[in-house]
Write a protein that binds this ligand. Sequence first.
Ligand code: ADP
Ligand code: MG
Ligand code: ZN
Length: 628
Amino acid sequence: MKIGKDGYPSPPKQGNVGGCLLTIVLLFLLIGFFPLFNGSSQIEVPYSQFRDRVREGKVSKVKIGENKIEYFLKNDLEQAQKSKSSKSSPEQTYITVPLAQDQSLPKLLEDNNVEFGVKPSNEGNWIFSALSWLLTPLLFFVILAWLANRAQIGGSGANPLNAGKSKARVYIGGASGSDVTFADVAGIDEAKAELQEVVDFLKNPDRYTSLGAKIPKGVLLIGPPGTGKTLLAKAVAGEAGVPFISISGSEFVEMFVGVGAARVRDLFEQAKQLSPCIIFIDELDALGKSRGGSGMFAGSNEEREQTLDQMLTQMDGFEPNTGIIIIAATNRPEILDQALLRPGRFDRQVVVDRPDKLGRLAILQVHTQKVRLSNNIDLSIIAARTIGFAGADLANLINEAALLAARNYRETVTMADFNEAFERLIAGLEKRTRVLNETERTIVAYHESGHAIVGTLVSGQIEKISIVPRGIGALGYTLQLPEEDRFLMLEDEIRARITTLLAGRSAEEVVFGRVSTGASDDIQKATDLAEQAITLYGMSQNLGPIAMEKPQSSFLDGGYNSRRPVSPIVAGAIDREVREMIENAHHQAQLILKTNRDLLEEMAQHLLEHEVLEGDILRSYLSRVKAP
Ligand code: ADP
Ligand code: MG
Ligand code: ZN
């Protein structure tokens, strides 16, 4: 159950003030200006016609202005007088522009008994200028009020009066039975066991305090995205039956210095009222980046540091055993400020890693509980194939498969749905609209067959080859799955992987004698791997086991990229080593493909005809691969 957005009754909306003012001003404008412009209708006539009318005696009244003359006809005035009671017909005004120095006009008017006078110059203009003086600042304020209002409704906290309120969301569950429990979390048993203890602290604090033990205040969950850190924190609250106050680290840090600190204070105030409870701070790294690091803007650093200081103060400040436990999550533990990890703060650190095969099976079982599976589905096969998937990826896989089954009006989700969903997740959506011409298709067919032949020989089993375009840039793809979870890679495995990556390009060279742009992604990956082997893993004979790269993040993929300061000589040596490693692999791939030239031909022709190569047919082809 969720109560209130901020855990506070939401303040009455002042959202309409701006709107009202604006309407008033608009009304004012309409009332003020209507008579000036629209009091009576005006018709412009030539000066000669005006003189004719005067001579004919039709004109009753003339007002001579500086550069125009207004006049009224007798007929119109009479009519207006008649219908005055109804006020429906305004008198008709005619306008004409006089000749510059028409000295004869007064005489003409006198002769014809026309009433005439001079028109007061620019009548009503003072109203206009007064209004414009008044309106400009008024409009300015109205717009300002309106903007401020919008910002407040948008919830960005731009209204300074509300900035210091924490934006935490409070969930109260457990007792109502609707919340997450440990049964929903699978595959990360060690982390669960650690947190079981926290549940116990919250449920039976006396058992610990009577012995004089202090209950820990903070638990830090560390792990890659999607492994279930948020879920786990919610489950702790659900199991203990206490409120769960959730906020993200980035929600503290604002543009204005001091706002974040005020929010931290507010958060802890809120927690004290709800205790026993759990405060969950997601993405702690947004707030707890180590201080002193140079940021782009000094101001934003200042704000973050103050917020962090406030956080530390609050954590130290509340008494132990008040029943508040703070759980934080991060996937970048290495950038956290050391002060956060000291005893008395987040001194318990729980690693939530990607699940292994059994873990994946358990997660699949949890998430397929409500999905109607067909009998042919073996979840352990799916668990074996989904190496490297985190819990969130698995949940996504199941959902994709269910969506596919629904789209095809099937009663149950089949293994074929899972296979298609799996390919979608790792290679992207099929793009049949991306039509290749015959030359391109041929190149892709040989390229992919090349990957498959070399891959079979040097690394692992190939599952599927396809020349149906997929995803953002893939024109074809070869699916090769590792057989088991791996935590180490041997040097020759890295070399084998580079060789497999370069096999596509090599096939193009062997068959056509020229190359295409299709291998760019392979080349990127191969170069990255080779560089990592040398600068990060110290696998070069010449350079030795010296680190030339600083690892950035242990949990975010591809998070290495800062070269240590190295001399130009070493930099040159690195380049040479990388090149040599890649050239060797390239050479080997070409050699293998030349040895298997006939097989390459047959497989490519099969692909051109059928687009996909998998299962027994693929295996029978690949069993014929010969080593050079
Ligand atoms: P994190 O906070 O680590 O990035 P989340 O807790 O937000 O990951 O996980 C997102 C979703 O993925 C969860 O809501 C849940 O559906 C699923 N999930 C992730 N890990 C697990 C797990 N270990 N067991 C069951 N479901 C999981
Ligand atoms: Mg999360
Ligand atoms: Zn390729």
